[in-house]
Design a protein around this ligand. Structure first.
Ligand SMILES: Nc1ncnc2c1ncn2[C@@H]1O[C@H](COP(=O)(O)OP(=O)(O)OP(=O)(O)O)[C@@H](O)[C@H]1O
Length: 272
């Protein structure tokens, strides 16, 4: 097959047949298109994200990665003039069905953004926030859940004596792990991560990558990253997007050693 051909032009599917056979799926998009007012930014996307794996979403700036991520926890609902067509499933359920509770969906599908966004509260209160919102009142249980989440985020040892300090006094890397602890505290099943390490120094980035790999045992992660080394280091699968379409999806190893499409190769080698 010619490497110069683009998916769609010759009926080439983004995903090789059988690639995810036998794996449960965390997220699925089918014929997903998204418009901001009249402008189409996602075009008939098909994507399957397996459970308990890390899937990286890569592609040139503006190709629609964040917009796609936001379809999975309905964050695009908050944007005026944003229209979605097609189907989105989260853990096998239509995320846009009339009877879906959006707050519950967002609890199950946690999100971590590029810029660490702790609340201007104490470290402990940041992690307890979602639990309080869910109605948990017992001090003992709250403390226990806060500690569990901070341990899972690899932050407990650094903040166990600073739980009452302002979260804003933590370093950027610590703040990002705190935000992850806040997401983990409400026991999500999926984590959407939108360039979570792009504002961190190399050591904090490494720690965050180690954390992602550790989280993979329990959570399904969809990670947007511009850092090709990061995708290669942590992701099991990688999807390449361009111009609002997923052009190629494969194991990360295959994408980085022998991509099927010229566009993918040009992007990962920095030619695009
Ligand atoms: N709220 C919005 N209203 C209108 N247009 C938007 C909005 N958010 C994103 N866009 C546009 O949609 C397109 C896709 O943006 P998106 O942020 O999803 O891309 P991206 O691949 O995540 O980009 P980057 O890698 O630079 O973060 C861009 O042209 C962007 O300008």
């Amino acid at each position: 097959m010619s490497r110069l051909r683009l998916a769609g032009a010759d009926g080439l599917q983004p995903m090789p047949g059988g690639l995810l056979d036998g794996l449960e799926l965390a997220l699925q998009a089918r014929a997903l298109s998204l418009h901001y007012a009249e402008r189409r930014v996602l075009d008939q996307i098909s994507l399957s994200v397996p459970r308990r794996r890390i899937t990286a979403l890569i592609g040139p700036s503006g190709c629609g990665k964040s917009s796609l991520l936001r379809c999975f926890n309905r964050l695009n609902d908050e944007i005026a003039d944003c229209r979605m067509d097609g189907e989105v499933q989260v853990l096998g359920v239509d995320a846009y069905a009339a009877d879906v509770s959006v707050p519950d969906l967002r609890r199950r599908v946690g999100m971590v953004f590029q810029k660490p966004n702790p609340f201007p509260q104490s470290v402990g209160e940041n992690v307890a926030f979602g639990l309080r919102l869910a109605g948990l009142r017992s001090r003992l249980e709250l403390d226990d859940r806060v500690e569990t989440a901070l341990r899972a985020a690899g932050l407990w040892d650094e903040v166990r004596d600073r739980l009452d300090d302002s979260a804003l006094r933590l370093s950027a890397g610590q703040q990002q792990r705190l935000v992850i602890a806040r997401a983990l505290a409400v026991e999500p099943e999926v984590l959407l991560m939108d360039e979570p390490a792009s504002m961190l120094d190399p050591i904090s980035t490494l720690r965050l990558e180690e954390l992602m790999v550790a989280l993979r045992e329990r959570y399904s992660v969809l990670l947007v990253t511009h850092n090709m080394q990061q995708a290669a280091r942590v992701a099991d699968y990688t999807a390449y997007m361009q111009d609002g379409r997923v052009l190629e999806f494969d194991t990360t190893d295959r994408i980085f050693t022998n991509p099927r499409l010229r566009g993918t190769e040009d992007y990962i080698t920095g030619k695009l």
